[in-house]
Design a protein around this ligand. Sequence first.
Ligand code: 6GU
Length: 254
Amino acid sequence: MLIETLSVFPEMFEPVMSTSILGRARQAGIFDFRAYDLRDWTHDRHRTVDDEPYGGGQGMLMKAPPIYEAVRSIASSGPHPHVVFFTPCGAPFTQAAAERLAMQERLLFVCGRYEGIDERAYDLADERISIGDYVLTGGELAAMVVTDAVVRLLPGALGDAMSSVDESFATGDSGGLLEYAQYTRPAEFEGAAVPDILLSGDHAKVDAWRRENAIDRTCRWRPDLISSARLTDSERALAEQLIARYHGSSQQNA
Ligand code: 6GU
């Protein structure tokens, strides 16, 4: 896979793309990465990429022409990229979206800055993505978050000892629940003991404990996930009790 970014701060990306799992995957040729500087597609002395909004208002907007010229020129060589614009007005990023993007041969991430982008530039977008309901100073960090989530799904990226294939999250094998609590040595730490069942060696009991723990944690921390989680009838009854206990009987209070 080839991942490219277009932004006014191309230097932000390199440390992330060359560290840890992303760095190793890149070295191994599992993905290639290039960061382009939007200012390379300006034509004035000051390399201007922003301007005042028509109709007035605060802040500056990114101009459409440099973005158009850059995306066209980057896309003109090689396979046509899937073009993603990063904006807080985009669709919320999810694991399902990461899985979808991981199937593309080439991704081009366009990162906005300032107060936004001239709406006409979005004509180039195959999709618009936001990474959550808060405002960042620019799309670069969002593009790195999405790159991380996508690259770790590529075959071989996590190495032999790890796999993303049957991990949990909303689309994984645990049926849309948060992952259960995990422990390693020491068996007791600061007065807190590891649950006895995990030391018992009884795999059936361990599995049952983990399932119940996953339901408990999801009810406590992410009750919004319960309605679409795959639960048996008795698990759903348990979940309703837990939600009532943690949040009061109304989901409204979740
Ligand atoms: Cl993609 N960009 C900006 N500027 N803020 C965000 C975001 C993106 N996603 C969440 N907040």
